[in-house]
Ligand binder design. Structure first.
Ligand SMILES: Cc1cc2nc3c(=O)[nH]c(=O)nc-3n(C[C@H](O)[C@H](O)[C@H](O)COP(=O)(O)OP(=O)(O)OC[C@H]3O[C@@H](n4cnc5c(N)ncnc54)[C@H](O)[C@@H]3O)c2cc1C
Ligand code: SF4
Length: 316
């Protein structure tokens, strides 16, 4: 690992100033430090933002405001989260291990990097790590890669379970940047790879995530994850679904470079009963856009089946 300077941010403004000056933020370190050990990330200056006073979970007029430094375990077990947003609690508990969740922060979880093995191996080319070097995953090992929204430049998937739940809840991220505060909706924070896969999100240098805001409660909601083993493992595929009286919101994980909002499926279901026929039609509408790679075509029927099962669980 390369030598680096380390400091603790005294306040959010100081962290943002350091970030704009080239420093890298450190949350729980459970992703960033691994990438530093692998040589994938080589920051020269780390600024610890995990002890900023962004560690509260507060009720707001419409919902909840969750500080970016809240640990994943604390968020998953919070009584209001469990009661009002079960999809979020379930997604968090489906991710990583108990020890990791005790350390990982909300801000860091949202910005964790893809688990594509070529990205993590500095001896291999990778457009995300080294723009212009190529994408060996396209013709190589890509069983766990994207089936939707990928490009010739990158076929990686977004790894966070929590972000998939937040996309279905329609959460908003609060960001403090060098130009001041702003908010970004979660479907909108992460970006498709296009010809710039090195950019995972729309954030700029110095942008500090300070909180996440959840809107109205989503008590009829669920997160279902398929993974290769029952202990900790990233999603091969996941579905987050929220059912409201006049609306169904769905996000898919493990299928794209972003938490994938299933807008086609939602459009089919709008104003309809969650009947088996309507649910199957919705799943087919969403997955008609899938372009599987050589070794991950199995994800299309898998996504269909998990989507149907998840929505059927929520049907009255
Ligand atoms: C073995 C293992 C298994 C895992 N399994 C899963 C899984 O199944 N599902 C899943 O979702 N996750 C999984 N994870 C990933 C884990 O959830 C992430 O490592 C963790 O959430 C990252 O949070 P952190 O606070 O440690 O982030 P860090 O590693 O500290 O930071 C991650 C990134 O976020 C940036 N950052 C941190 N805080 C902020 C902020 N406030 N504002 C702006 N930028 C910030 C950092 O600069 C860095 O780029 C696994 C991890 C491991 C090691
Ligand atoms: S899929 Fe993306 S992350 Fe993986 S090798 Fe290709 S460019 Fe790199």
């Amino acid at each position: 690992m390369k030598a680096f300077a380390f400091e603790r941010a005294s306040d959010a403004a100081a962290a943002v100033a350091a970030g704009a000056d080239g420093a890298t933020f450190l949350g729980g370190g459970t992703n960033l430090v691994d990438l530093m050990k692998l040589g994938v990330a080589a920051p020269t200056r780390l600024v610890d933002v995990s002890r900023l006073p962004h560690d509260g979970i507060e009720e707001t007029a419409g919902g909840l405001r969750i500080g970016a430094a809240v640990r994943n375990a604390d968020l998953a077990s919070h009584p209001l989260v469990r009661e009002r947003y079960p999809v979020l609690s379930e997604a968090l508990l489906a991710g990583a291990s108990g020890q990791l969740r005790n350390l990982a922060t909300v801000g860091g979880n949202l910005l964790q990097r893809t688990r594509c093995s070529y990205f993590q191996d500095v001896t291999k080319p990778c457009n995300k790590r080294e723009p212009g070097s190529g994408c060996p995953a396209r013709d190589g090992e890509h069983r766990n890669h994207a089936i939707l929204g990928h490009s010739e430049h990158c076929v990686a998937t977004h790894p966070s379970d929590m972000a998939v739940a937040l996309a279905a809840i329609e959460a908003t991220v609060e960001v403090l940047g060098p130009a001041g505060p702003r908010t970004i909706p979660i479907p909108g924070l992460h970006r498709l790879p296009g010809d710039k896969p090195q950019h995972d999100t729309v954030l700029n240098p110095g942008d500090l995530i300070t909180a996440i805001e959840l809107g109205g409660p989503a008590p009829r909601s669920v997160y279902r994850k398929v993974r290769d083993r029952a202990s900790f493992a990233f999603a091969v595929l996941s579905v987050a679904a929220v059912v409201e009286p006049a609306d169904v919101r769905i996000a898919l994980g493990g299928v794209a470079h972003v938490p994938w909002r299933a807008e086609q499926a939602e459009a089919v279901l709008r104003g309809r009963e969650l009947s088996p026929e309507a649910i199957a039609e919705a799943a087919d509408a969403e997955l008609s856009a899938a372009i599987p790679l050589r070794d991950n075509a199995f994800k299309v029927p898998l996504a269909r089946n998990v989507l149907i099962r998840t929505l059927s669980e929520l049907a009255p």
